[in-house]
Design a protein around this ligand. Structure first.
Ligand SMILES: C[S@@+](CC[C@H](N)C(=O)[O-])C[C@H]1O[C@@H](n2cnc3c(N)ncnc32)[C@H](O)[C@@H]1O
Length: 285
């Protein structure tokens, strides 16, 4: 399964290695992604959020899969299409929805969320130290007029934008809003927790993250089978987890890869293999 099909780059590589009777199930909640699906009878596109993984596997009458890959975040297509509102490089609408059926846009969050919630978003998802002051400034402006475009947002934030590296600051604001709009952390948590039940013994889970909060969840989950990272042991002291980490350390891009693809610079890849455990027993502990 490729849970984040996007432009289909990873899927095309998987197809090259897949036998003629193999099957590749791909997900993307962005309906635009379907246009990239190659004409290949082995591939099935699901235009939905991967948090509904088990519903679709049941629907497709699939009992187990041999591999699950997720490359989180947004695609180059989304960043490079200004009207989708993922970029602050052009003065455009504050949308940021990966799934345009979702009623919550970034401007709705900015105009309607309580200040406390805005502070949480800027602090936890944007990793911004002055989150409360930024939220207060948003609240001041929206009392005067609605915040609908990048231009208006930059106007509110101008006094917080550091002289050094202004893009980094705006990228964090955008990242925070985008994660909230798409409920990215919630979807990741739900998806991860479903994977052990559907993975065949020896099957691999590979996740690429771009944010420390997401990486922490993946890391915890791959070492312990739960999102808190709590190691559970049986009566004999044997660690109970559905996963065996495949790499000792997290995999990050080489300097050459970052040179060729700047967007890969904060990527972290973790891989784990499903051990042949009895999931029911693991659940009981
Ligand atoms: C980083 S891109 C993937 C790029 C892809 N690996 C490629 O080779 O082109 C992430 C994609 O996953 C999709 N996506 C992100 N979160 C998702 C979710 N919870 N459910 C379904 N699709 C999601 C986005 O819409 C985007 O197209």
């Amino acid at each position: 399964m490729d849970l984040t099909f996007g432009g289909g780059g990873h899927s095309r590589e998987v197809l090259k290695k897949l036998g003629k009777n193999g099957r590749l199930i791909v997900f993307d909640q962005d309906q635009d992604a379907e246009a990239n699906v190659p004409d290949d009878r082995r591939i099935t596109f699901v235009g939905a959020n991967f948090r509904y993984l088990k519903n679709y596997l049941r629907y497709l009458s699939i009992e187990k899969v041999d591999g699950i890959l997720a490359d989180l975040g947004i695609s180059s297509h989304q960043i490079d299409t200004p009207k989708r509102g993922f970029t602050f490089q052009s003065d455009t609408v504050l949308d940021m929805r990966m799934d345009v059926r979702n009623p919550v846009t970034a401007s709705r969050i900015l105009n309607e969320y309580p200040v406390k919630e805005l502070t949480r978003i800027f602090r936890d998802y944007g990793e911004l130290g002055n989150a409360a002051s930024i939220a207060a400034a948003v609240d001041d402006l929206r009392g005067v007029r609605p915040i609908l475009t990048t231009g208006t947002l930059v106007e509110v934030l101008r006094r917080f934008i550091p002289g050094k590296n202004p893009s980094k600051f705006m990228a964090r604001i955008y990242q925070a809003l985008r994660i909230e709009v798409n409920q990215e952390v919630h979807a990741l948590r739900e998806m991860l927790l479903q994977t052990p039940d559907w993975m065949a013994a020896g099957g691999r889970l590979a996740v690429i993250t771009y944010h420390s909060l997401e990486d922490r969840l993946v890391k915890n989950f791959m070492r312990s089978g739960n999102l808190e990272g709590t190691i559970q042991k049986d009566f004999f002291g044997k660690v109970l987890t559905p996963w065996r980490p495949v790499n000792r350390n997290v995999i990050t891009p080489s300097p050459e890869e970052v040179r060729d693809n700047k967007r890969a610079r904060s990527a972290k890849l973790r891989i784990a293999e499903r051990v042949n455990g009895n999931r029911k027993e693991e659940h009981r502990i």
